[in-house]
Design a protein around this ligand. Sequence first.
Ligand code: FES
Length: 421
Amino acid sequence: NIDVSPLIDSDGGLIDRSIYTDREIYAQEMRRIFARSWLFLAHETQFKKPGDFFTTFMGEDPVIVSMDKEKKIRVYLNSCRHRGVRLCRADAGATKMFTCTYHGWSFDLAGALQSVPNETAYPDTFKKENWSLIEVPRVETYKGLIFGNWDKNADSLEDNLGDMKYYMDAMLDRDPEGTEVVGGVMKWELEGNWKLAAEQFATDWYHVNMSHASALMVLSPTGKGPKADIAATPGRQHGSENGHGAGFPTHPKSRFDAKMVHDYYDYDFLRERLGDDAVEGPMTTGHATVFPNFSYLPVNGSIRVWHPKGPDKIEVWAWILVDKSMPQDVKDAQRLYNLRTFGPSGIFEADDGENWSEIQAISGGFVTNSVPLNFQMGIGSEREDGTYPGQTSELYSDAAGRAFYRHWAKVMNTPAWHETN
Ligand code: FES
């Protein structure tokens, strides 16, 4: 294992670029970050009846998320116990059994091996009960979001989220009925390390005025771009000790950019339900990451996972989230607004992916990779502001990025459950 302390100076705001390119660091991330963190898997509304399933990844480990006969969500490693073939190849569906396409071993919804062709040829010592699917030991939900963790002794999901729950509630708890996902899961690939995306969604409002300037001009009724005096924009940024981050402008009046969605909301009701500060803060045009690789945009209704596919590649999986009580035409408006802005060809999404790919594409050079990157904006400004929970900084700050990498380094340098048990 590599001691990553020399690579991360989170107090001084300097990051060594090799954390985006080094294959050994990436392998250590699989062992020490993705094998022991709470990872987003799916939304509860993707499962309605026993047998409904969805296949995804925890790090690079493929998993099946499925509803068993008791309507409990269970998660299994998507690899046959016989010779290791991917057991379920479908993206999603419904089934009574998962049957392997190689030699035909079949597993039920409880993960138990039920049928083995030519079973009599096996020795007496072969017991089917010893060859159940490998199950993810911890599966917990927060307001519709299902997370899994390979560490059976991990802190609970809610304890891990901590103050971050307040910021998430501004998206997940607007509607007493909760949220649901609409449409399918959008998937696309990017060149770039997974942390480039996760860190930006945790901390980076700074890029908006430059990277998205042309898109903002297109959207503006006046055709004008963003103001030059960006530092005066009021807002806050939260960075958590568990590496989570959220940033948002604070508006005197909250608003949704899709007019039909904005018109739908009863803001007096929301102020009573969530509080004025939440409605004027994290419910607005914000961004957030739940460490390590789940991010969301409350106004756009985008929730997404940055699946790592090697040190230099990401597969983005994005869902569209709406409030359950919304009339169908409002849900449609939210879905279309999401697609136009942060869908795979959305006007903002394309800008972001371009930047991350450009960082990654040149990071292989020896000299390039020897120069530290700067995360010093707002250094020392973190404090308890008396309004928003936890440590917060200014909207234009790298505070949550420093918190993200402080936690990343701590987890990378701490032996995980599989090393200590
Ligand atoms: Fe699955 Fe042989 S690999 S049955």
